[in-house]
Write a protein that binds this ligand. Structure first.
Ligand code: PXG
Length: 464
């Protein structure tokens, strides 16, 4: 049996990592010099590193470990499924029991008539599926020119070339270019972009950019609008209350498909099973991944409404991945959903933990660096600012202050990430009130240290 050793000295592991492993979203040469932190074990909300440090994971891995680390049930289900049927595909007139059971379960959990599931290995490839799905849908209806998908700047829809084009991350576009017929409108980020408008007015104005885009591009050209109910990787941007009802009105009025990218928001993160329930949206398609298996195995899906599935079914759908509906991934996801449901984890988030977290999160507004505190369920963000009243940005390069704060958190053994100069959290849904208290001791300490450092380095200056 291959042994993956945890017993090498940290420096040796780091040297091997630097020599052979290319990290995602990293400047690898610099990271190699510094050495990556080696995570060796995890249980509940706690990670352990190769030095024996215990770290409170305020990000649930990458927003995915909803049921927490170390649930043996999932390991056992995986082992059993590997023995029984480790792999078979669902391409050529075949199917298998785990994929049937999981599709049925997802149809039951998903709202409305989202009753049909196309599987992928994660969120990026599920969004690639969605691009082909919506274009095929309109082709099958005899409207092949209806192929433009509208998305938003600063959206994250994945890292494949197509899904990153769908997303609105300028840095990703710069490295791989765009694919045709994707159009971006502005995001509903009031703190950074609201100017003198009140939030409600700004929310309406940003939603109406969708209508303006449809009218400009032509109703006969626009296939779909895609959005995260709450933007995650963009910095946990919560739209003003006026935004989503207006988006829904516009999608209904012009008959364009609405895709809710629930890769982060799904499976309890917002305090309901899906973010579209929290925000009152009725999508035709939902993208899911992450919390569907709590990250224990890679799996994602597009969950499709009756009408879209029917139109797609009219002809051959030329699409599929080797691991679509992988039996081991499906079995593990199903066990994860059983735990979420039977242990009433989503209910507890809604009724107990999220309200508690919200109260502590919003209390951070008393900190001199914190200008805005936003939170929906178990995903929150704070905007760091040198001047709360004017919502000023820092004079330093965007992200400098956020990075200082993140480094302090990392040293203090709490994972809180930065996106530019916003700090974000998204802890495992099973975090307890006591663990939340501990997380805030570490967060406050880190914010205080960051504040002192920023002061000392003369960085507490507003941009002109
Ligand atoms: N949609 C959304 C809304 C996501 O958040 C994807 C699609 C892509 O999923 P996969 O499984 O292909 O990664 C995501 C992923 C970050 C970060 O730094 C966020 C994600 C991935 C990696 C990093 O916040 N979200």
């Amino acid at each position: 049996m291959v042994t993956i050793t945890n017993h090498m000295p940290t420096a040796e592991l780091q040297a091997l990592d630097a020599a052979h492993h290319v990290h995602p979203f990293s400047a690898n040469t610099e990271l190699g010099r510094e050495g990556a932190r080696v995570i060796t074990r995890a249980k509940g909300v706690w990670l352990t590193d190769s030095e024996g440090e215990e770290i409170l994971d305020g990000m649930a891995g990458l927003w995915c470990v909803n049921i927490g680390y170390g649930r043996d049930e999932l390991a056992e289900v995986a082992a059993r499924q590997m023995r029984e049927l480790p792999y078979y595909n669902t391409f050529f007139k075949t199917t298998h029991v785990p994929v049937i059971a999981l599709a049925q379960k997802l149809a039951e959990l998903a709202p409305g008539d989202l009753n049909h599931v196309f599987f992928s290995s994660g969120g990026s490839d599920a969004n690639d599926t969605n691009i082909r799905l919506v274009r095929t849908y309109w082709q099958n209806k005899g409207q092949s020119d209806k192929n433009i998908i509208i998305s938003r700047k600063n959206a994250y829809h994945g890292s494949s070339v197509a899904s990153s084009a769908l997303g609105g991350m300028a840095g990703m576009h710069a490295q791989s270019g765009m694919i045709p017929n994707i159009h971006h409108i502005n995001q509903p980020n009031w703190w950074a972009e609201g100017g003198d408008m009140a939030p409600a007015e700004f929310g309406l104005a940003r939603a109406r950019e969708l209508e303006e885009a449809i009218l400009e591009l032509g109703q006969d050209r626009v296939a779909a609008f895609i959005a995260e109910p709450v933007q995650g990787a963009g910095g946990v941007i919560v739209a003003p209350d006026t935004y989503w009802p207006e988006i829904q009105r516009i999608c209904d009025k012009y008959g364009i498909l609405l895709i809710a990218d629930e890769v982060i928001c799904g499976f309890g993160r917002t305090g309901n099973w899906f973010g579209c329930e929290t925000l009152g949206i009725r999508p035709h398609i939902m993208t899911v991944a992450k919390g569907m298996s709590s990250g224990y195995v890679p799996i994602g899906a597009s969950i499709i409404c009756d009408e879209v599935a029917e139109v797609i079914g009219m002809d051959e759908f030329n699409h599929g991945y080797t691991y679509s509906g992988h039996p081991v991934a499906a079995a593990v996801a199903l066990e994860n959903l059983r735990i979420l449901e039977e242990e009433k984890i989503v209910d507890r988030v809604r009724d107990v933990t999220a309200p508690y977290l919200k109260q502590k999160w919003e209390a951070l507004l008393d900190h001199p660096l914190v200008g805005e505190a936003k939170i929906v369920g178990m995903m929150g963000s704070i905007a760091l600012t040198p001047n709360k009243e004017s919502r000023a940005k820092f004079a330093s390069e965007p992200g400098t202050i956020g990075y200082i704060c993140r480094e302090r958190c990392f040293k203090n053994n709490v994972i809180m990430r930065h996106v530019g100069d916003r700090m974000i959290i998204s802890p495992p849904l099973v975090i307890t009130p006591d663990e939340i208290d501990e997380m805030f001791v570490r967060i406050r300490k880190s914010l205080d240290e960051a504040h002192a450092e920023i002061n000392e380095r003369g960085l507490l200056k507003s941009a002109a």
